[in-house]
Design a binder for this molecule. Sequence first.
Ligand SMILES: Nc1ncnc2c1ncn2[C@@H]1O[C@H](COP(=O)(O)OP(=O)(O)O)[C@@H](O)[C@H]1O
Ligand SMILES: O=c1ccn([C@@H]2O[C@H](COP(=O)(O)OP(=O)(O)O)[C@@H](O)[C@H]2O)c(=O)[nH]1
Ligand SMILES: [Mg+2]
Length: 242
Amino acid sequence: MWRRVASLSPLVSSSKSRLLNQVQVAYGFNAWQMFSTQVLNPVEGGVSDSRRTPFVTFVLGGPGSGKGTQCTRIVETFGFTHLSAGDLLRREISSNSENGSMILSTIKEGKIVPSVVTVQLIQKAIETSDSDKFLIDGFPRTEENRIAYERVIGAEPDIVLFFDCPEEEMVKRVLNRNQGRIDDNIDTVKERLKVFAELNLPVIKHYSKKGKLYKIDGTGSEDEIFERVRPVFAALRYPVLF
Ligand SMILES: Nc1ncnc2c1ncn2[C@@H]1O[C@H](COP(=O)(O)OP(=O)(O)O)[C@@H](O)[C@H]1O
Ligand SMILES: O=c1ccn([C@@H]2O[C@H](COP(=O)(O)OP(=O)(O)O)[C@@H](O)[C@H]2O)c(=O)[nH]1
Ligand SMILES: [Mg+2]
Protein backbone atom coordinates (compact mmCIF):
# COMPACT_ATOMS: atom_id res chain seq x y z
CA MET A 1 0.00 0.00 0.00
CA TRP A 2 1.20 3.51 -0.75
CA ARG A 3 2.73 5.63 1.96
CA ARG A 4 1.28 9.06 2.59
CA VAL A 5 2.11 11.64 5.20
CA ALA A 6 -1.17 13.41 5.76
CA SER A 7 -2.62 15.57 8.45
CA LEU A 8 -5.93 14.70 10.04
CA SER A 9 -7.84 17.67 8.76
CA PRO A 10 -11.42 18.53 9.70
CA LEU A 11 -14.23 18.23 7.19
CA VAL A 12 -14.11 21.94 6.44
CA SER A 13 -10.86 22.48 4.59
CA SER A 14 -11.45 25.43 2.34
CA SER A 15 -8.94 27.94 3.70
CA LYS A 16 -6.15 28.81 1.32
CA SER A 17 -3.34 27.70 3.60
CA ARG A 18 -4.95 24.38 4.29
CA LEU A 19 -5.53 23.90 0.58
CA LEU A 20 -1.89 24.60 -0.22
CA ASN A 21 -0.77 22.36 2.59
CA GLN A 22 -2.89 19.53 1.28
CA VAL A 23 -1.68 20.09 -2.25
CA GLN A 24 1.92 19.95 -1.05
CA VAL A 25 1.14 16.75 0.76
CA ALA A 26 -0.29 15.29 -2.42
CA TYR A 27 2.69 16.56 -4.42
CA GLY A 28 5.25 15.10 -2.07
CA PHE A 29 3.47 11.79 -1.94
CA ASN A 30 3.19 11.36 -5.65
CA ALA A 31 6.76 12.42 -6.28
CA TRP A 32 7.78 9.73 -3.82
CA GLN A 33 5.55 7.23 -5.54
CA MET A 34 7.01 8.02 -8.95
CA PHE A 35 10.55 7.76 -7.59
CA SER A 36 9.77 4.41 -6.01
CA THR A 37 8.37 3.12 -9.26
CA GLN A 38 11.54 4.16 -11.06
CA VAL A 39 13.75 2.45 -8.54
CA LEU A 40 11.72 -0.68 -8.08
CA ASN A 41 10.45 -1.26 -11.60
CA PRO A 42 13.11 -0.26 -14.06
CA VAL A 43 12.21 -1.08 -17.64
CA GLU A 44 14.43 -1.44 -20.67
CA GLY A 45 16.81 1.46 -20.99
CA GLY A 46 16.37 2.32 -17.33
CA VAL A 47 13.35 4.56 -17.92
CA SER A 48 10.36 3.63 -15.81
CA ASP A 49 6.73 3.51 -16.82
CA SER A 50 5.46 5.42 -13.81
CA ARG A 51 2.30 6.36 -15.71
CA ARG A 52 0.87 2.94 -14.96
CA THR A 53 -0.32 4.21 -11.60
CA PRO A 54 -3.16 6.57 -12.43
CA PHE A 55 -4.00 9.67 -10.45
CA VAL A 56 -7.55 9.16 -9.17
CA THR A 57 -9.93 11.84 -7.91
CA PHE A 58 -13.26 10.84 -6.40
CA VAL A 59 -15.95 13.48 -6.98
CA LEU A 60 -18.69 13.37 -4.36
CA GLY A 61 -21.75 15.38 -3.38
CA GLY A 62 -25.50 14.97 -3.14
CA PRO A 63 -27.81 14.61 -6.16
CA GLY A 64 -27.74 17.88 -8.11
CA SER A 65 -24.73 19.27 -6.27
CA GLY A 66 -22.98 19.83 -9.61
CA LYS A 67 -20.57 16.87 -9.78
CA GLY A 68 -21.08 16.13 -13.47
CA THR A 69 -21.07 19.80 -14.48
CA GLN A 70 -17.80 20.52 -12.70
CA CYS A 71 -16.22 17.29 -13.97
CA THR A 72 -16.83 18.54 -17.52
CA ARG A 73 -14.98 21.76 -16.66
CA ILE A 74 -12.08 19.85 -15.05
CA VAL A 75 -11.79 17.64 -18.14
CA GLU A 76 -11.71 20.72 -20.42
CA THR A 77 -9.08 22.52 -18.36
CA PHE A 78 -6.93 19.76 -16.92
CA GLY A 79 -7.41 16.84 -19.31
CA PHE A 80 -8.75 14.28 -16.87
CA THR A 81 -10.82 11.31 -18.03
CA HIS A 82 -14.31 11.48 -16.58
CA LEU A 83 -15.89 8.24 -15.36
CA SER A 84 -19.40 8.81 -14.05
CA ALA A 85 -20.51 5.77 -12.05
CA GLY A 86 -24.15 6.67 -12.77
CA ASP A 87 -23.45 6.84 -16.53
CA LEU A 88 -21.65 3.48 -16.44
CA LEU A 89 -24.68 1.95 -14.70
CA ARG A 90 -27.14 3.59 -17.12
CA ARG A 91 -25.07 2.23 -20.02
CA GLU A 92 -25.47 -1.26 -18.55
CA ILE A 93 -29.24 -0.77 -18.55
CA SER A 94 -29.31 0.32 -22.19
CA SER A 95 -27.02 -2.49 -23.30
CA ASN A 96 -29.47 -5.04 -21.91
CA SER A 97 -26.82 -6.70 -19.79
CA GLU A 98 -27.82 -9.41 -17.33
CA ASN A 99 -27.79 -6.87 -14.49
CA GLY A 100 -29.76 -4.27 -16.44
CA SER A 101 -33.17 -4.77 -14.86
CA MET A 102 -31.74 -4.94 -11.33
CA ILE A 103 -29.79 -1.71 -11.93
CA LEU A 104 -32.86 -0.01 -13.37
CA SER A 105 -35.07 -0.81 -10.39
CA THR A 106 -32.33 0.16 -7.92
CA ILE A 107 -31.82 3.55 -9.57
CA LYS A 108 -35.57 4.10 -9.79
CA GLU A 109 -35.86 3.59 -6.02
CA GLY A 110 -32.87 5.83 -5.31
CA LYS A 111 -30.99 2.96 -3.68
CA ILE A 112 -27.40 1.78 -4.24
CA VAL A 113 -26.41 -0.86 -6.77
CA PRO A 114 -24.30 -3.71 -5.25
CA SER A 115 -20.62 -2.82 -5.05
CA VAL A 116 -19.50 -5.82 -7.05
CA VAL A 117 -21.35 -4.53 -10.12
CA THR A 118 -20.21 -0.90 -9.91
CA VAL A 119 -16.60 -1.65 -9.00
CA GLN A 120 -16.29 -4.06 -11.91
CA LEU A 121 -17.57 -1.41 -14.34
CA ILE A 122 -15.14 1.18 -12.97
CA GLN A 123 -12.24 -1.26 -13.03
CA LYS A 124 -12.95 -2.15 -16.65
CA ALA A 125 -13.22 1.51 -17.64
CA ILE A 126 -9.86 2.31 -16.02
CA GLU A 127 -8.15 -0.71 -17.49
CA THR A 128 -9.35 -0.10 -21.02
CA SER A 129 -8.37 3.57 -20.98
CA ASP A 130 -4.98 5.02 -21.92
CA SER A 131 -5.46 7.85 -19.46
CA ASP A 132 -3.31 8.45 -16.40
CA LYS A 133 -5.76 10.63 -14.52
CA PHE A 134 -9.36 9.93 -13.73
CA LEU A 135 -12.30 11.70 -12.17
CA ILE A 136 -14.57 9.05 -10.67
CA ASP A 137 -17.86 10.89 -10.36
CA GLY A 138 -20.60 9.80 -7.93
CA PHE A 139 -18.64 6.92 -6.42
CA PRO A 140 -18.10 5.57 -3.77
CA ARG A 141 -21.63 6.08 -2.48
CA THR A 142 -21.21 3.95 0.65
CA GLU A 143 -18.47 2.73 2.95
CA GLU A 144 -19.03 -0.71 1.45
CA ASN A 145 -18.46 0.74 -2.06
CA ARG A 146 -15.27 2.41 -0.84
CA ILE A 147 -13.86 -0.73 0.76
CA ALA A 148 -14.72 -2.86 -2.29
CA TYR A 149 -13.02 -0.35 -4.63
CA GLU A 150 -9.89 -0.10 -2.53
CA ARG A 151 -9.65 -3.88 -2.30
CA VAL A 152 -10.17 -4.53 -6.01
CA ILE A 153 -8.10 -1.61 -7.35
CA GLY A 154 -5.49 -1.96 -4.61
CA ALA A 155 -5.20 1.76 -3.98
CA GLU A 156 -6.95 4.69 -2.40
CA PRO A 157 -7.89 7.77 -4.42
CA ASP A 158 -5.28 10.53 -4.47
CA ILE A 159 -7.76 13.26 -3.64
CA VAL A 160 -11.52 13.60 -3.07
CA LEU A 161 -13.68 16.59 -4.03
CA PHE A 162 -16.91 17.16 -2.16
CA PHE A 163 -19.43 19.62 -3.53
CA ASP A 164 -21.32 20.93 -0.54
CA CYS A 165 -24.74 22.25 -1.48
CA PRO A 166 -27.96 22.89 0.49
CA GLU A 167 -30.70 20.30 -0.04
CA GLU A 168 -33.16 22.92 -1.29
CA GLU A 169 -30.81 23.95 -4.08
CA MET A 170 -30.03 20.33 -5.02
CA VAL A 171 -33.73 19.48 -5.29
CA LYS A 172 -34.34 22.53 -7.47
CA ARG A 173 -31.50 21.61 -9.83
CA VAL A 174 -32.46 17.93 -10.11
CA LEU A 175 -36.09 18.71 -10.85
CA ASN A 176 -34.98 21.14 -13.58
CA ARG A 177 -32.37 18.79 -15.05
CA ASN A 178 -34.50 17.66 -17.98
CA GLN A 179 -32.40 14.72 -19.07
CA GLY A 180 -35.31 12.30 -18.94
CA ARG A 181 -33.84 10.40 -16.00
CA ILE A 182 -36.24 8.05 -14.19
CA ASP A 183 -34.80 9.10 -10.84
CA ASP A 184 -35.22 12.87 -11.29
CA ASN A 185 -38.63 13.07 -9.62
CA ILE A 186 -39.49 14.36 -6.18
CA ASP A 187 -40.09 10.96 -4.53
CA THR A 188 -36.83 9.42 -5.73
CA VAL A 189 -34.92 12.61 -4.97
CA LYS A 190 -36.11 12.50 -1.36
CA GLU A 191 -34.84 8.94 -1.07
CA ARG A 192 -31.52 9.84 -2.74
CA LEU A 193 -31.02 12.69 -0.27
CA LYS A 194 -31.68 10.31 2.60
CA VAL A 195 -29.26 7.74 1.18
CA PHE A 196 -26.67 10.49 0.66
CA ALA A 197 -26.89 11.66 4.27
CA GLU A 198 -26.89 8.17 5.76
CA LEU A 199 -24.42 6.34 3.53
CA ASN A 200 -22.31 8.85 1.58
CA LEU A 201 -21.45 11.33 4.35
CA PRO A 202 -19.51 8.63 6.25
CA VAL A 203 -17.32 8.15 3.14
CA ILE A 204 -16.70 11.89 2.99
CA LYS A 205 -15.77 11.93 6.68
CA HIS A 206 -13.41 9.02 6.14
CA TYR A 207 -11.42 10.88 3.49
CA SER A 208 -11.50 14.07 5.52
CA LYS A 209 -9.79 12.24 8.37
CA LYS A 210 -7.18 10.99 5.91
CA GLY A 211 -6.42 14.57 4.78
CA LYS A 212 -7.56 13.86 1.21
CA LEU A 213 -10.77 15.88 1.15
CA TYR A 214 -11.34 19.18 -0.66
CA LYS A 215 -14.67 20.57 0.41
CA ILE A 216 -15.97 22.97 -2.23
CA ASP A 217 -18.86 25.38 -1.73
CA GLY A 218 -21.33 24.14 -4.37
CA THR A 219 -23.52 27.24 -4.41
CA GLY A 220 -23.37 30.08 -6.94
CA SER A 221 -22.88 29.97 -10.68
CA GLU A 222 -21.03 27.18 -12.50
CA ASP A 223 -18.18 29.63 -13.18
CA GLU A 224 -17.94 30.69 -9.56
CA ILE A 225 -17.79 27.09 -8.42
CA PHE A 226 -15.15 26.21 -11.00
CA GLU A 227 -12.96 29.04 -9.71
CA ARG A 228 -13.03 27.23 -6.35
CA VAL A 229 -12.11 23.95 -8.01
CA ARG A 230 -9.37 25.29 -10.28
CA PRO A 231 -6.68 25.88 -7.61
CA VAL A 232 -6.91 22.29 -6.41
CA PHE A 233 -5.80 21.00 -9.81
CA ALA A 234 -3.64 23.96 -10.82
CA ALA A 235 -1.44 23.45 -7.77
CA LEU A 236 -1.07 19.77 -8.59
CA ARG A 237 0.60 20.52 -11.95
CA TYR A 238 2.75 18.27 -12.25
CA PRO A 239 5.69 16.23 -11.81
CA VAL A 240 2.89 14.51 -9.91
CA LEU A 241 1.45 12.96 -13.03
CA PHE A 242 4.19 12.88 -15.60
N1 LIG B 1 -23.98 26.12 -10.22
C1 LIG B 1 -25.12 25.74 -10.77
N2 LIG B 1 -26.20 26.54 -10.73
C2 LIG B 1 -27.38 26.16 -11.27
N3 LIG B 1 -27.57 24.99 -11.91
C3 LIG B 1 -26.53 24.15 -11.98
C4 LIG B 1 -25.25 24.47 -11.42
N4 LIG B 1 -24.41 23.45 -11.65
C5 LIG B 1 -25.13 22.52 -12.31
N5 LIG B 1 -26.38 22.93 -12.52
C6 LIG B 1 -27.47 22.21 -13.18
O1 LIG B 1 -28.04 21.38 -12.16
C7 LIG B 1 -28.34 20.10 -12.65
C8 LIG B 1 -27.56 19.06 -11.84
O2 LIG B 1 -26.17 19.22 -12.12
P1 LIG B 1 -25.24 17.95 -12.29
O3 LIG B 1 -23.89 18.45 -12.68
O4 LIG B 1 -25.89 16.96 -13.17
O5 LIG B 1 -25.21 17.45 -10.76
P2 LIG B 1 -24.87 16.03 -10.15
O6 LIG B 1 -24.02 15.29 -11.13
O7 LIG B 1 -24.16 16.32 -8.87
O8 LIG B 1 -26.18 15.37 -9.91
C9 LIG B 1 -27.99 20.11 -14.13
O9 LIG B 1 -29.17 20.41 -14.87
C10 LIG B 1 -26.99 21.25 -14.25
O10 LIG B 1 -27.04 21.87 -15.53
O1 LIG C 1 -21.76 4.23 -7.44
C1 LIG C 1 -22.95 4.40 -7.73
C2 LIG C 1 -23.39 5.49 -8.52
C3 LIG C 1 -24.73 5.60 -8.79
N1 LIG C 1 -25.60 4.68 -8.33
C4 LIG C 1 -27.03 4.77 -8.66
O2 LIG C 1 -27.23 5.64 -9.75
C5 LIG C 1 -28.06 6.73 -9.36
C6 LIG C 1 -27.68 7.96 -10.13
O3 LIG C 1 -26.32 8.27 -9.88
P1 LIG C 1 -25.66 9.56 -10.50
O4 LIG C 1 -24.29 9.69 -9.93
O5 LIG C 1 -25.79 9.53 -11.97
O6 LIG C 1 -26.61 10.70 -9.92
P2 LIG C 1 -26.27 12.21 -9.54
O7 LIG C 1 -25.80 12.24 -8.12
O8 LIG C 1 -25.24 12.67 -10.49
O9 LIG C 1 -27.58 12.92 -9.71
C7 LIG C 1 -27.89 6.81 -7.85
O10 LIG C 1 -28.97 7.46 -7.20
C8 LIG C 1 -27.84 5.33 -7.50
O11 LIG C 1 -29.14 4.75 -7.54
C9 LIG C 1 -25.19 3.61 -7.58
O12 LIG C 1 -25.97 2.78 -7.15
N2 LIG C 1 -23.86 3.49 -7.30
MG1 LIG D 1 -24.19 13.38 -11.99
